[in-house]
Design a protein around this ligand. Structure first.
Ligand code: SF4
Length: 375
């Protein structure tokens, strides 16, 4: 039963947002806690209206390839099913030749505009930080036009530690080698206590924020992310999103917000807390809608088809989402955690899906410049 006082509060919140007002943290918490089916539909409708005002019916995507350069990692994040130790049978650290071969293949087969380079925090590379700089240089020398989106704040932290340089000096050196932008991953959940529980060895919130702001100040754009649907509370999510919105107010350096639902199947956290963000009205979709209503300084909210599947990703386009993400080609991290929705969608498949949802597919680059409208 939709309680009357709640109905009034919801009406007030949605009216405020739709007339250009900023949703406060209490309002966001209210949306996250709302469970009534009719109310949730109203939240979707408001998010859809707002999204249409900002992005018309355009749904963008990027033609890219993931390059996971190593799965060996010295950290032990509890939500991770990807990491291996050095002696695992399937452990790897790719040499530059292999990386260049994968990029060539991506260029030839699907005409990628971007590579997204991510990996584990490989202890072997502590004594060889040049691997990171050399990787970017090798790619840049061989593919002058390619957008290189690489290395999370965790890797910047590790490089600063091992080289004795400041975060700014590390980022500047990477840019000098050919880096274009960075993923805003390793954010996971920025609420401190929950962060300590799920990834105790990762950089703390203050370091993540400092590295991101440093990148933005140097003109290096990043994405913003959250890992949700595990043991976090709604208050944790409010804290996280409030921090992200503040940073965006200060720097304007985030290109998009990517909400990553926790995939529990093959992770230690999943065994402890057998719960997963479900793409229903009280899970992922309502969260996407709340993001659109709260993050008034973000033009782009991205869905995550490898984690929630294509059907739910299409539904999310009616809940405030305007970006379908990438073709990915070799998405190993979700797959390793037990994700069951595949690791590649062709450009044709993506554009057909977007059209089927009644929207206009737009091929974009990493920084959201439109390359081809109605592709
Ligand atoms: S999430 Fe990344 S840093 Fe954490 S254990 Fe997995 S590979 Fe390592």
């Amino acid at each position: 039963m939709f309680h009357l006082s709640n109905k009034t509060e919801l009406d007030n919140i949605l009216k405020k947002v739709l007339s250009g007002g900023r949703l406060d943290d209490g309002g966001l918490l209210f949306l996250l806690e709302e469970k009534d089916g009719k109310a949730v539909k109203e939240i979707y409708s408001a998010a859809d209206t707002l999204n249409f005002r900002i992005n018309s019916g355009n749904v963008s995507y990027v033609v890219n390839r993931n390059i996971n350069f190593t799965n060996i990692c010295g950290l032990n994040c509890k939500f991770c099913g990807y990491k291996r130790t050095k002696n695992s049978k399937d452990a790897f650290l790719l040499g530059y030749d292999k990386i260049l071969e994968k990029i060539s293949e991506g260029r030839k087969l699907i005409g990628i505009d971007e590579i997204c380079v991510t990996g584990g925090i490989n202890p072997e590379l502590k004594s060889n930080p040049d691997y990171y700089f050399g990787l970017i240089k090798a790619v840049r020398n061989n593919f002058p036009e390619l957008h290189i989106h690489a290395f999370s704040p965790q890797e910047i932290y590790e490089l600063a530690e091992t080289t004795g340089k400041s975060y700014a000096a590390v980022i500047e050196k990477l840019v000098g080698c050919g880096l274009n932008s960075m993923p805003g991953t390793a954010a996971e959940i920025l609420a401190k206590e929950t962060r300590r529980k799920i990834c105790p060895e990762k950089i703390n919130t203050a370091a993540w924020v400092e590295i991101i702001k440093t990148a933005h100040m140097l003109g290096v754009k990043t994405s913003a992310t959250v890992l949700f649907g595990h043991i976090e509370s709604n208050e944790d999510l409010v804290y996280h999103l409030s921090l992200i919105r503040q940073i965006q107010d200060e720097t304007g350096g985030f290109t998009e917000f990517i909400a990553l639902p926790f995939i529990s199947a093959k992770t230690s956290l999943g065994k402890l807390v057998p719960r997963e963000a479900v793409a229903d009205d009280n899970g992922v979709l309502k969260f996407y809608a709340a993001l659109r209503l709260y993050l008034d300084n973000f033009k782009n909210i991205q869905t995550s088809w490898p984690k929630i599947g294509v059907t739910a990703a299409l539904k999310s386009l009616e809940c405030g989402v305007n970006d379908f993400g990438g073709t990915l080609m070799e998405e190993n991290i979700t797959k390793s955690a037990g994700g069951k929705f595949g690791e590649y969608l062709s450009e044709g498949e993506i554009t057909n899906l977007i059209k089927r949802a009644g929207k206009i597919p737009v091929r974009r680059d990493t920084l959201y410049n439109y390359i081809n409208i109605n592709a």
